[in-house]
Ligand binder design. Sequence first.
Ligand code: HEC
Length: 148
Amino acid sequence: MIRKLLLIFGVLVFGATAASAQSCQDVINKRQDLMKKSAASGKIAAAMIRGQTPFDLAKAKQILAVFYNDASQLSVLFPDCSKTGEHTTVSPAVWEKPAEFKTRIDKYLADVKAAQKSTKDLATFKASIQAIGKDCSSCHQDFRVKRS
Ligand code: HEC
């Protein structure tokens, strides 16, 4: 009886460990997925700004919605268990300077929200994208390590 219980317990503990390791890679995958979607939207935005595709307000709003989706979830996508994992380019700076990292996320989110309000035409969209683009690159510079 005891043996059977221990066995069940063992399975449960093992199951729980496997699940938490798994869920952390999930978090890494999730944040990378959101970032990839932002990058894809950023390319569409750049094409509109360069005049390669015509400006379209509905599309511009969709792009900003993708950024918003990314920005609004970032604060919970860097738990301790996601410091290391497969294919991650996150820098330890995220956990060494948590206040600064939070400030960057907040600024990104604030800039995206402001862009959602102010974007009405190509000129306002361009200004918004420039501000957001700076948020992307400055955060990457300080909180991402280049894969080599
Ligand atoms: C607050 C910080 C921050 C902001 C702002 C930010 N990123 Fe990132 N980004 C990261 C971090 C950290 C990683 C590394 C994630 C990982 O590999 O675990 C990353 C990774 C990426 C990746 C690589 C994803 C992969 O599959 O490895 C792309 C592409 C990317 N970001 C695009 C963007 C774009 C475009 C923007 C702006 C619209 C942006 N990011 C804004 C922090 C940020």
